[in-house]
Design a protein around this ligand. Sequence first.
Ligand code: ZN
Length: 471
Amino acid sequence: MSATEQAGAQTLDLIIRNGMVVNAESMQRLDVGVKDGVVVALGLLDAPAAQVVDASGCFVVPGAIDVHTHFHHWVSYVGSHNADDYDTGTQAAAAGGITTVINYAFQEQGESLRAAVDRDLELAQDQANIDYGLHVVVTDQADSVVKEFPSLSADGFTSVKVFGAVTGFQLPDAGILRVLEEAAANNMLVNVHAEDGALIEHLTESFRTRGETGVEYLPRARPAQAEAIATRKIAEYAALLQAPVYFVHLSTAAALAAVRDVRSRFDKVFVETRPVYLFLEESVYERPGSEGNKYVCLPPIRSAGDSEALWAGLARGEIDTYATDHAPWRAAQKLADAPFWKIPAGVSNLQTSVPMLFSEGVRTGRLHPCRFVAVTAANPARLFGMYPKKGVIAVGSDADIAVIDPGDVRRLTAAHMHSKADYDPYEGYECHGWPRYVYSRGQLVAERGRAVSRPGRGQLIRRGASLLDTV
Ligand SMILES: [Zn+2]
């Protein structure tokens, strides 16, 4: 990228001028030339262009790729879909600098994986404002549904998920082993929600018996050990089977230590973390009234020490990706009188995720700008088979670009969010840095924190195999 690559005499659609262009490997002040939705030139550009935007003082980064979202997700223990559909969810994403999402398509009991994928595709094609892929979640009958892996993989659905715990979604260990083995044979990556189901059930039952049902008991019913035990076990399964594995929303120092240990013998173990574990602490569950209910997540929000370990892991490269697990609910659903194990899990996070990582990470110096791009864009693209079409600003890549203005300081409030969740977990946070412009395939999809897109313009990304050796 150091050499000036000119676009010849053609008229460009767009030039983004004078910004600091950041990729995972390097950063440099460059102009970016876009034509027909693709980056066609980088350098000092004097070609004619239909539109020129000035990015002086801004970071020009690949649009973020959020590989962990839940849109229109039916949760049986709540008896409801969560708050966002593909339209409002992807508007929130675009407004916060995200240009690609991978949503989870859940297999219902007795259903084929293909039926789960088709159900989500039908919604996404009419509603998505930005590009999207799908992971499929195996919740039932692993032995038979793994036979669908070759055809799903060939069609661009190259990742599956399993749950070690969580009522309704949990797969027995035998099923997890089967999925790991068959996924590896079909160039698919297995995403794991790692918590030990037996331990959590036992502890939850103990609290229930004692009448200790308030949200303040949640962290003790789903302790760090439950995550560390499951992470170590499934990482060891993966190592024995030589099957690549990806731990979603890793939340504790103990689980990261387990990964570090297994990685010394098998390096195809990958880790994602999530904003709530970086920006919040478990004392939120002690808030008066039922306020703590609003922060119920699985795994729960952890200690300050865990948060520090995750920040260090992001900076050192031990944590590969940063994704939201966006699972929005309305406050009334969160606050309804329920024991802690029946409070809808998850929070809205898509619109604030990237700006807050910039504000707390890049601005403070905790995270080098190149690491910021690695965890938000380049690594997700590589792990989930979209690189270099996505995840990098390079000639030939899709013009998925966010122009981040470090001087845009705003106080976060639910009223400014596109999500249909009517509260925000970071209400009142002063965020330093926000995307001024967000482009998806060269089209402006958000400006200064508002989506300006059109539902249905997003395209399905049929993904290839993971580029595991480059992460
Ligand atoms: Zn999730």
